[in-house]
Design a protein around this ligand. Structure first.
Ligand code: TTP
Ligand code: CA
Ligand code: CA
Length: 652
């Protein structure tokens, strides 16, 4: 931890303008319990710079100034900052990029080659899209190391870290900061006057804060800079110090640079980390929030980048936050619906009470391939199944499946032929340690079932996944093997529903805490479902403007194959684009559409898994994991619900 003095003591009696802090003892206390209603809370978002490119730089031991891009077939999926100086971006193909920078190293991602037992770096991979499949194992592995190191940097009993993608995390630093504040300012540990927690705190005994090299977002009112800092400034400064140290550790121990945003909530911290890159951190103080947001497009905000953002833009004829701030709550509610209106109203004012939800455990693993050209025979499909199984099995081994630390309960195969998607699922028999043969046999059985229905060739995409992970199941199956523990079930639900992105009603922080109201915020994901099930057009929850990518989580954490994924940052022209029949989102071409549909598929799987988990938790009966057929054709609605005729996986 940094030891440089960060605070400059003021002379006694200074700060005559305002003798009390605007914050209460109670609000300070709330920090210790990570309460989302504390106006003093501090959340960091840490995102690796040009992540895949850095992984390759570290692997190859290259100097920082070496331009490098990660190539996938003919496209680029990551470009380091040395290469970006030449104007190279994800929109370039390899030929264009090399023209811009002849010294560029275009490193192809590792691949599984048909028939091989393990992924590897193949010099000729780019020319063999038909027989190779991308492996993202290296990036997953590095991601895990970084995550572990971040955990190591935090006190053992104060770790609230949410993995938000392969190269990014949210960290709730509130409790740690609370402890540090009490150490540095012992007067804060005194009981409040009259033992009344609603009493205001004394002002911090300091007048100027040393922000070192951080990017400080300008304050809403430039004159405020002369004001004495209050405890929210002190808290966020300590947060900035902690994050600077974490970043230095990641750099020193693992060789990676990252950027970070430090603010009072997830939304603002995420916007902050993308504000200045690479290798920088941005602090968004509470007093700077309006200034920070007002110049931005709302499409940069999580959940406002996709179709919801488009709708808002059309209905209010603007993409700018500053214009939308003029719209009254009533207008927002009447045009966007009650919950969504409130959520937008709060969000553009920088209010976000969503929690940082630790979720480090993998819930499902997916290995897939989009075929270009399509495949026409069973033996070809079986060869791919072998690769998928090897891919998934190696990840299962890392997950501790050989030691029975964790094991998946179900296996799914999805097959796409033309516009038609078929899938089959089966339980993975308990009582035996999972091995490749078991998985391969199950996968072949599922394929046979799909083929026996007919109309399956040519096949454009196959994906195999395992899910329903459980902890510590031994060969001896008791009732515990089938029941999900309360906490796990809750965690599973939280994960599947996505983080709570809901706003907190329209109350400002102060009033919220005074009345003791907790964010009764609508879960934005739920809005989408609600709207969908009411027959309205489904709204796409994907986001773009914030630099993250709707496909990303899928590619990175689950699918393990970006082969069909075109860089999504490419602007899509109206004339050439095709729309997703489910959510209407525009894709650049058929291939991009396919990749987008893969994303829906993975989301559906997640949802099915969640529902199956819930059902398992509800059913009090043990039994065998029986195979059952599932979906044939998926509908146009992204309800995540099963179609008529579909069956849920049964474990009872
Ligand atoms: P990002 O964090 O979006 O981007 P980045 O880390 O490459 O660059 P930045 O410095 O701007 O954060 O994505 C993380 C990784 O995810 C990226 O290195 C490669 C992968 N990815 C894709 O494969 N395709 C995509 O379209 C995007 C956005 C990411
Ligand atoms: Ca990144
Ligand atoms: Ca990222």
């Amino acid at each position: 931890m940094g030891s440089s003095p960060q605070f400059m003591a003021s002379s006694p009696g200074y700060g005559t303008g305002r003798r009390k802090s605007q914050f209460t003892y109670r609000q300070l206390g709330l920090l210790a319990s990570y309460s989302t209603s504390s106006p003093l809370r501090v959340i960091a978002h840490i995102d690796l710079d040009a992540f895949y490119a850095q992984c390759e730089m570290v692997r190859l031991g290259l100097p920082d100034d070496q331009p490098l891009a990660v190539q996938q077939w003919q496209g680029l999926i990551a470009v380091n900052y040395a290469a970006r100086k030449f104007g190279i971006g994800r929109h370039c193909n390899v030929t264009e990029a090399k023209k811009l920078c002849p010294g560029l190293i275009a490193q192809h991602v590792a691949t599984w080659k048909e028939g091989d037992e393990k992924w590897a770096y193949h010099d000729d991979a780019a020319a063999h899209i038909g027989t190779h499949k991308v492996s993202l194992d290296l990036y997953r592995l590095e991601s895990r190391k970084i995550l572990a190191l971040i955990h190591d940097c935090l006190p053992a009993n104060q770790q609230k870290v949410e993995k938000a993608g392969i190269d990014e995390v949210f960290v709730d630093l509130s409790a740690q900061i609370h402890s540090i504040m009490l150490q540095r300012f012992p007067e804060l540990a005194n009981p409040p006057p009259y033992d009344d927690p609603t009493e205001k705190l004394p002002l911090p005994p300091i007048t100027a804060l040393d922000w070192q090299a951080d990017n400080l977002v300008d304050l809403d009112n430039a004159d405020d800079e002369a004001d004495d800092p209050d405890w929210d400034d002190v808290a966020i400064l300590i947060g900035a110090e902690l994050v600077r140290d974490i970043r230095a550790e990641v750099r020193a121990k693992l060789g990676y640079t990252c950027s970070a945003g430090i603010a009072s909530n997830k939304m603002l911290s995420k916007l902050g980390s993308g504000f200045k890159k690479p290798n920088q951190q941005t602090v968004v103080r509470n007093r700077a929030v309006q200034q920070f947001l007002s110049g931005m497009k709302f499409t940069k905000i999580r959940n406002l980048g996709g179709k919801l953002g488009d709708q808002v833009a059309v209905r209010f004829e603007t993409e700018l936050i500053k214009d939308l701030l003029q719209v009254s709550l009533d207008q927002l509610k009447s045009k966007m619906g009650e919950d969504t209106g409130i959520w937008i109203y709060n969000t553009i004012r920088g209010i976000d009470t969503s929690e940082v939800t630790p979720r480090t455990q993998i819930k499902s693993m997916l290995s897939a391939k989009s075929f270009r050209p399509v495949i026409n025979r069973q033996d070809q499909a079986v060869r791919w199944l072998r690769i998928f199984v090897a891919d998934i099995f190696s990840r299962l081994v890392e997950e501790g499946v050989l030691e029975n630390k964790r094991r998946p309960k179900t296996i799914h195969l999805q097959h796409r032929h033309g516009g038609l998607t078929k899938s089959r699922s089966s339980g993975i028999p308990l009582g035996k340690t999972i091995d490749e043969t078991i998985l391969f046999d199950l996968a072949k059985t599922l394929l046979n079932q799909i083929i026996s229905e007919g109309h399956v060739w040519p096949c454009a995409n196959l994906s195999l996944s395992v899910g329903g992970f459980e902890d510590g199941i031994t060969g001896n199956m008791g009732i515990g093997a089938f029941l999900v523990k309360g906490d796990e079930a809750r965690a599973a639900n939280a994960v599947a529903g996505g983080p709570r992105e809901g706003g907190a009603g329209v109350l400002p922080h102060d009033r919220m805490t005074k009345t003791g109201q907790r964010a009764n915020g609508p879960d934005i994901q739920r809005f989408f479902r609600k709207e969908t099930s009411s027959g309205e057009e489904p709204i796409d929850t994907s986001e773009r403007g914030d630099g993250s990518d709707p496909h990303q989580e899928l590619w990175l954490d689950e699918q393990g194959d970006t082969s069909a994924a075109r860089p999504i940052n490419v602007p899509i022209s109206e004339e050439t684009s095709v729309s997703c029949p489910r959510c209407n989102v525009k894709c650049e071409d058929e291939i991009a559409l396919q990749s987008h549909q893969d994303w829906h598929f993975a989301k559906d799987l997640q949802e099915e898994e969640r529902q199956a988990t819930q059902q398992t938790a509800r059913s009090q009966k043990p039994g065998t994991a029986a195979a059952s057929s599932s979906a044939t054709k998926r509908s146009n609605k992204s309800t995540g619900k099963l179609e008529q005729g579909q069956k849920r996986l049964k474990f009872g």
